[in-house]
Design a protein around this ligand. Sequence first.
Ligand SMILES: [Zn+2]
Length: 469
Amino acid sequence: MNRSKRIISLAIFLIFFSQIFSISSIQGDSSQASEVYGYPDYSQIENALFQLNSSYSSICALHAIGKTYEGRTIWALKISDNPNVDEDDEPDILIMGEHHAKELISAVIPLMFAESLVHNYSSNPEVREYVDSNEVWVVPVVNPDGYEYAVQGHLDWRKNRRPVDVNGDGVPDGVGVDLNRNYAHHWGEQGVSHDPQSDIYCGPAPFSENETRAIRNLVLSHHFVFSVSFHSYGQIIYYPWGNSIDPPPMDRSLMEAIAKQMSGYNLYRVMEGKETYSTTGDSDDWLYANTSCLPFTIELGKEFVPPPQYINEIFMKNDGALLYLLSISHNPYLALSTDKTNLRIDSFDVNSGNASIIVENQGNYSVSAYVNISAGDARNTTKILLAPHEKEALNMGISCPSCRIYNASIASVHGAQEWNISDNSAVFFVYPPSEDVHNAHYTIYALAAFGLIVLLSTVAYLFKKHKLH
Ligand SMILES: [Zn+2]
């Protein structure tokens, strides 16, 4: 990167970071800023966590849950009322990011979720209720050494940074373990490598790594109902199993229903982990096999490191999915409820190439849907996302100057077990403007006058002809 590009990148990064984390001044030397513009380095993520913890101490408690090979701390931010008390009647929910180094977005989204929970706590009653009734644990970076290595420019790196000496001769045989292959369930059996040079090296033994042990110890000391492990990329929500050794999971239909509900917010595809490729040793399989947690992996976005201008959109989609989990944590079976969506077009109006449509969600589930407008050969489609009982006003451009009939419809709905569309189509007639009507009248008068002249001439001709004979 040349100097001017660097300055522009740094400026974009500072704007992004100060907006997201509401930090008015960033401490430290700017030369330590990230090499990957738009993404904070690890010390800046730590500073954001420290800031949240100190500014919102009534609902935050920051825990150091482990140390990496290079000496960095793995942090877990607990967000709840009475954050320093382990309240047994409140479900624990674990949000993790960044098992894999180059998947930088997977660290930023959990951090933004933590930030949004504490910022909206006092102003948004729904968020307040979720925070008060749950214990939310956010581990934005499971793999701090890998994150820092990637963010400093090594965007092909996936594993942690620990040199591994397999045969004990004092010479490392490779660097790094794939942390999402290092958990203990069927460790080392499928979709892994035992070669320390490989990107998917599962480590010398299950839980050989500080990072996976840190997660294991956190998990075993609480009662997690749900966990979400963020990765990138693919726009997919996975539920167990990741391996193809175990028989179908007992809670398959429940996990699938929950994942489908979440997909109503982010519009991601829903799959059992092994459907893409079988692996063993990932966090979800271990969590599901060894605890009562229902674990999900969400593959964010369309690339490992989306350009910073997409971060907010990715967050907005997944924020809804996470809040949904908090809303059903006391009774996950709510996801199997048959409550209907009841999406309808509330009003529809067309004005000079622009259609105004109000769509209302009358149901108790958030849903996403496609709204279509058509007139003649012209059509336009918009995707919307509606919270329960929310109305949204859409302005959709459509150009068909000669059209008189416009049709708006709701095409397909995602996000609810059962859904029902009432009033899914509306028709709008455009009447000709009054000047046209005026001109049209003259045309009719002119045609009528011409017709009358022709008629009279014919009659006169026939009369004259008749008379002559
Ligand atoms: Zn990953």
